[in-house]
Write a protein that binds this ligand. Structure first.
Ligand SMILES: *Cc1c(COP(=O)(O)O)cnc(C)c1O
Length: 851
């Protein structure tokens, strides 16, 4: 190296006028799901394309100008370019509906806040499942022309790059993004200056710049504090995703929540529906309340107004996984808010309080500040309802306001090109418009088996090529010999990809049990090393740099991969990211998942696999608990939750071994057709047919729209109309009910009948002490169903009592006549709870008294 100072200069090519719109394509994350756009760039210079991490914008700044000029004269390139532009234009020609489509009102707009967003490997502001889900939400919203904008942070360093050394140690490298190379642009005012906002932190103001990214029809706004105007510490706030200590985290969350609201205000954007994806963004509610209090509303009414239009999605399945901060820290950062909101410190802390816990919990804040809450699968909805039960202390978790909307994946992003080509041929182009039609997708069964199989083999062979390249790099970096590499790659044969290949790729977190299959290595050997029916397993995944047990898992996998008999059969591939994910989910034959039930909130990689005809073998947890139908894959039934963990691992690993040896391996290798197993193809088709229309992001976003966005828009309006009349009334009513509720009692007046004949009426009568409430403030209700061993609340039918008068004692009387239309032994209950029609959920107050 020369010894002098390094000076650098970037030489950017001029884009030939004929190809001018390449810039436009490079600046719209449409390319993250439009593969032909990506190939257009890549074909210009494949090695540069690889070197810039598949980033079209960075590519365009570095590609040789002569190549561009050559392309501008190349008829084939031009034809390709023009057909992409015409697809691009037709996608963009139909604008977002702001006139009340899908049940929304004119001018409704959803603001979707998330800590990370994953669209494509070229835009590293994501770490894993949560971010990719958020990315898919935006992509599907764009496809559906839903009026939605995203709000997030622009990290200088996204998640790390991973290498793994010979001992299985994870090595972590962070690289700085050059924002000039990312598909983002600063938001400018009319006068051409940058939009900036100030966010207050203790003893200082931090300035943030706002960037925007275009995801088809959706705009994502990203905040950035790395500005010369800020102190070094404050510049670091947006330095790293999930980096730094607790102060860094709270500052990031304040920037996202509080700063996000200020940024939208500054740009004149007025969302009517606010969605926070995971609790990180929950401070958003505080800033919105502060705005309303400044307008003259009292705090309780401001809270009602904000909550009415807010949706909160939780993704965590263990209480410890919820983001929380110490009271001291909250006090340091939010003192000024107490004053601005006109409440005491205790009232403020109560917003983040879970009974029995001392810290300020972001999930509690998110729930207190929203009226629409959901988990991300049926199982996870129930788990979340149980975890959060204390926030509605008198309500059974089965009935509390935590619903579920199961995750989905963006099909155009994750469906391999070969499949979409085959669908074009066999289903016609309109398959894209029938994404959620379960009936429609049964047409896949009409695709000839041999064609279906050949697509599967092509994808596997592509994956093998990719893995060979990665393993070669890994091997040379770890100083392995050529001979060693040859040995490793012997079975990874793209020409003849006939080895049953299992894939396991996800974050290395302990609950995901990456090493479950190593419980009995002898058994695993017998399954994998059979001469006639060999099996290969591919592992990949990152562990968070401070997650020591996660890194131990990587070491264990690496150790087994290095055992002589598993060498060349069991691989650990470095640097799991979106690109590797797309390859693996489509390329392997079986997708494994072995979480500890019920800790997998949803999981999405198995959905990506399933839509590509890869068959899932998974514990019945998360999405697979509802996705598995007996014919579309294999399921491992989890042991009871209170089982000893070691015993549970043993039992469940046995189930895995047995399923593999008795079902998976025989089905794959029963080649009753030239080169393939028709039973396998049948199951792979079942997987696609059953999963594609249900676990796609369009279904998910439609469900959010129907269940949450439309009602949140309505509640938001009802609460804010006429100077917040609805919010004020609700807040006052709730305060009144809270005071009275402790004294509310009911007792039964009629004599319970033990036995009646079918057709006879039952008469029920109760007397209630309402402690100042009026009869119209409560509902007295009877729940009845046929007696079962263990009756579920959802199985009961509900009947309301009528108010019939007041006793001299002041007790209110309620009566109900009911003629059961069932025979047999019936079971019934009577209860009273506060109610008024403005409420969003009948049990949102968490109050109920049972007789
Ligand atoms: C889909 C995906 C995930 C999430 O997968 P899970 O099954 O939910 O763990 C994580 N990382 C990448 C790169 C993905 O593509």
């Amino acid at each position: 190296m020369p010894t002098g100072t390094v000076f650098t200069v970037a030489v950017n090519p001029k884009i030939p006028p004929r190809l001018a719109r390449l810039e436009e394509l490079a600046n719209d994350l449409w390319y993250s799901w439009d593969r032909s756009t990506r190939s257009l760039f890549s074909r210009l210079n494949p090695s540069l394309w690889g070197a810039v991490g598949h980033n079209p914008k960075a590519f365009l700044k570095r590609v040789d100008e002569s190549l561009l000029w050559k392309a501008a004269e190349d008829q084939v390139f031009l034809a390709n370019y023009n057909s992409i532009l015409s697809a691009y234009d037709s996608y963009h020609s139909e604008p977002v509906r702001r006139d009340g489509a899908k049940g929304l009102k004119a001018n409704d707009q959803v603001a979707y806040f998330c800590f990370e967003f994953g669209f494509h490997e070229s835009f590293p502001i994501y770490s894993g499942g949560l971010g990719i889900l958020a990315g898919d939400h935006c992509k599907a919203a764009s496809d559906l022309r839903l009026p939605l904008i995203g709000v997030g942070l622009l990290y200088r360093q996204g998640y790390f790059f991973q290498t793994i050394d010979n001992q299985g140690n994870q090595r972590v490298t962070y690289t700085d993004s050059d924002f000039e190379d990312l598909p983002v642009a600063p938001v400018l005012r009319n006068d051409g200056t940058e939009v900036r906002i100030d966010v207050e932190l203790p003893q200082r103001k931090v300035e943030a710049k706002i960037w925007r990214a275009k995801i088809g029809h959706v705009t994502l706004y990203l905040l950035d504090t790395d500005l010369p105007e800020n102190s070094a510490d404050d510049r670091d706030i947006t330095h790293q995703l999930y980096g730094g200590d607790r102060s860094m985290r709270i500052e990031q969350e304040i920037l996202l929540g509080v700063g996000g609201v200020l940024a939208l205000q500054e740009m004149g954007i007025k969302p009517t529906i606010w969605h926070i994806n995971e609790g990180h963004a929950a401070f958003m509610m505080l800033e919105r309340m502060r705005g309303l209090v400044q307008q003259g509303l009292d705090f309780p009414s401001a809270l009602e107004a904000v909550a009415a239009s807010t949706v909160f999605t939780t993704h965590t399945a263990v209480p410890a996984g919820h983001d929380q901060f110490s009271d001291d820290m909250i006090n340091t950062y939010f003192q000024k808010f107490y004053h601005d909101l006109g409440i005491t410190r205790e009232e403020f802390m109560a917003l983040g309080r879970v009974p029995g816990n001392h810290d300020f919990n972001m999930t509690a804040l998110a729930i207190h500040g929203s009226r629409f809450h959901n988990g991300v699968s049926k199982i996870h909805g129930n788990v979340s309802a149980r975890i959060c039960r204390d926030l509605w202390p008198q309500i059974e978790p089965e009935e509390n306001p935590i619903a579920y909307i199961t995750n989905g994946v963006h099909v155009p992003t994750f469906l391999a090109q070969e499949w979409s080509d085959l669908f074009d041929r066999y289903l016609g182009y309109e398959w894209r418009n029938n994404m959620c039609d379960t009936e429609y997708w049964s047409r896949i069964s009409a695709i000839p088996d041999h064609l279906f199989w050949s697509v599967r083999q092509t994808l596997k062979s592509q994956m093998f090529y990719g893995i060979r390249a990665r393993l070669a790099t890994q091997n040379s970096r770890n100083h392995g010999s050529e001979a060693h590499l040859d040995r490793l790659l012997k079975s990874v044969d793209p020409i003849n990809p006939n080895i049953l290949t299992l894939g396991f790729a996800r974050r290395f977190a302990t609950y995901k049990r990456a090493t479950l299959l190593f419980q009995d290595l002898d058994w695993l050997r017998r399954i994998m090393l059979n001469q006639e029916r060999p099996v290969m397993i591919i592992f990949a995944g990152k562990a968070h740099p401070v997650d020591v047990p996660g890194q131990d898992l990587i070491r264990s996998v690496s150790q087994v991969a290095r055992m002589p008999e598993f060498e060349g059969r069991l691989f650990l591939i470095e640097d799991y990211d979106l690109r590797l994910a797309r390859r693996l989910v489509a390329g392997v034959d079986v997708w494994l998942n072995s979480p500890v039930y019920p800790l997998e909130a949803s999981g999405t990689s198995g959905m990506k696999a399933g839509i590509n005809g890869t068959i899932n073998l998974s514990v019945l947890d998360g999405w697979w608990g509802e996705g598995y139908d007996g014919k579309n894959g294999w399921a491992i039934k989890p042991g009871p939750e209170n089982m000893d963990p070691a015993l549970r691992d043993r039992e469940e690993s046995k189930d895995f071994y047995e399923t593999l040896q008795d079902h998976v391996v025989p089905l794959y290798y029963t080649r009753d057709k030239p080169g393939y197993s028709s039973g396998w193809v049948k199951m792979a088709k079942n997987s696609m047919i059953s999963l594609l229309p249900r676990y796609n992001a369009a279904r998910m976003v439609n469900e959010y729209t129907e269940k949450f966005y439309v009602p949140a828009s309505r509640q938001g309006r009802v609460y804010s109309e006429n100077d917040f009349e609805g919010a004020i009334k609700t807040a006052a009513w709730k305060a009144f009910v809270r005071k009275a509720w402790g004294g509310v009692r009911i007792r039964r007046l009629d004599t319970p009948a033990k036995r009646i004949s079918f057709g006879d009426a039952l008469h029920f009568e109760v007397a209630a002490i309402l402690n100042g409430l009026k009869p119209e403030d409560v509902i007295v209700e009877l729940l009845i169903c046929r007696q079962l061993k263990k009756s579920k609340l959802s199985e009961f039918r509900h009947f309301r009592f009528e108010f019939t008068g007041v006793e001299e004692s002041g007790e209110h009387l309620f009566a109900l006549n009911l003629t059961p239309d069932l025979c047999g032994k019936l079971e019934y209950y009577i209860r009273i709870y506060p109610y008024q029609p403005l409420l969003t959920h009948p049990f949102e107050m968490g109050m109920m008294v049972w007789l």
